[in-house]
Design a protein around this ligand. Structure first.
Ligand SMILES: NC(=O)c1ccc[n+]([C@@H]2O[C@H](COP(=O)([O-])OP(=O)(O)OC[C@H]3O[C@@H](n4cnc5c(N)ncnc54)[C@H](O)[C@@H]3O)[C@@H](O)[C@H]2O)c1
Length: 323
């Protein structure tokens, strides 16, 4: 269960986007289990502060660079066993404002990393996809193989990443594993800015005594996934059989939380009863999303042990100490 028992001691990992929320937690997990970490990050949305706790260690390196530059990607892959490609820009609304940048950053960045990985003989290429690839498909829970029409440029970049990865597995024998994350939350997720995710944003605003705005009626639901489950998925995918390559997997807890309930849960944990404001629905958003995680359980041995309640309490504890 979880990732604590995963045997990766002495293995060498390149984590792109390692200075971001998910990447820095993945780095922490690898280092805790005795692996070597090299981060490649351009610090565009990530922060040096997220990786400060590793600096000075002999089993950790940081490269400041852009995955849009293939020479940087090739250099970063040298001597590595595994690539965990997290570098990309998130946020559906931001992608609607700057589609050309998303195409360059998320798609070219992905293809550059695939190319660099295959030339370096990387053993496993694991990459961040997203639940957004399900688009407008209404069937719940969401299952791999049943995707609808895409609803944003961001979702398109993730669908494209999956298709490119398949080509690299098919034609060049690079074992690729796509991880479709569902609304990840936990320590170090950025609560600031117009495109912040809802959980850290609510926690920060409520801690400051402000009134958060809920987009829509609050009855939308998501499979909110605690970060340690995502770390587990990344590490288990590195040890998955080659027969599981060339595919994408739902990575979630498999639960269903309503936004308004989450809001009240955070209020209760913080001891406040501030009422929310309500705003319009966001473009590109769907009403409900939760995951069938049986494929990842079966093929990757993924066995998430952090349910929403345990995760949110851990996350709130972290924000209380660090904000
Ligand atoms: N957070 C979620 O709920 C969620 C859900 C689905 C998918 N994802 C995906 O997971 C990955 C990590 O997301 P996150 O939430 O940690 O976001 P984040 O913004 O905290 O981290 C992304 C990191 O990638 C870096 N980066 C971006 N473009 C880069 C480039 N061109 N070159 C080098 N580095 C670059 C950023 O500086 C940042 O450190 C992304 O691919 C994202 O699309 C996240």
């Amino acid at each position: 269960m979880g990732f604590e028992g995963v045997n990766i001691a002495g293995r060498r990992f390149l984590v792109t986007g390692g200075a971001g929320f998910i990447g820095s937690n993945v780095c922490e997990g690898i280092l805790r289990l005795g692996g070597f970490v090299r981060v490649l990050d351009d610090l565009s949305t990530g922060k040096r502060g997220n990786v400060e706790l590793f600096s000075g260690r002999s089993d950790y390196e940081f490269i400041l660079g852009d995955v849009k530059d293939i020479e940087v990607c090739k250099k970063a892959c040298e001597g590595m066993d595994f690539v965990l490609h997290q570098a990309a820009w998130g946020s559906v609304p931001r992608s609607l404002e700057m589609p050309v940048f998303y195409c360059a950053n998320n798609i070219l960045g992905m293809v550059n990393m695939l190319e660099a990985a295959r030339r370096s003989g990387i053993k496993r290429f694991v990459y961040a996809s997203s639940s957004s690839v399900y688009g407008d498909e209404p069937t719940l829970p969401k299952a791999e193989g049943r995707e609808g029409n895409l609803l944003s440029p961001y979702a398109l970049t993730k669908r494209a990443a999956e298709e490119w990865a398949k080509q690299y597995t098919r034609h060049y024998g690079l074992p690729t594993y796509g991880l479709r994350y569902f609304n990840v939350f936990g320590p170090r997720q950025d609560p600031n800015g117009a495109y912040a995710a809802v959980i850290p944003k609510f926690i920060k605003q409520l801690m400051a005594g402000e009134r958060p705005t809920i987009n829509g009626d609050g009855r939308q639901s998501r499979d909110f996934t605690y970060i340690d489950n995502v770390v587990e998925a990344n590490l288990k995918a590195c040890l998955a059989p080659e027969s599981a390559a060339g595919e994408a997997y739902n990575i979630a807890y498999g639960g269903r939380e309503y936004l308004i309930d989450i809001y009240h849960c955070i209020c209760a944990a913080l001891g406040t009863d501030i009422e929310p404001l309500y705003g319009p629905d966001r473009a590109g958003d769907i009403k409900h999303s939760n995951a069938d995680i049986s494929k990842a359980r079966e093929k990757l041995g993924y066995s998430p042990e952090w349910d929403f309640e345990r995760g949110i309490n851990k996350a709130i504890g972290w924000y209380k100490e660090n904000l």
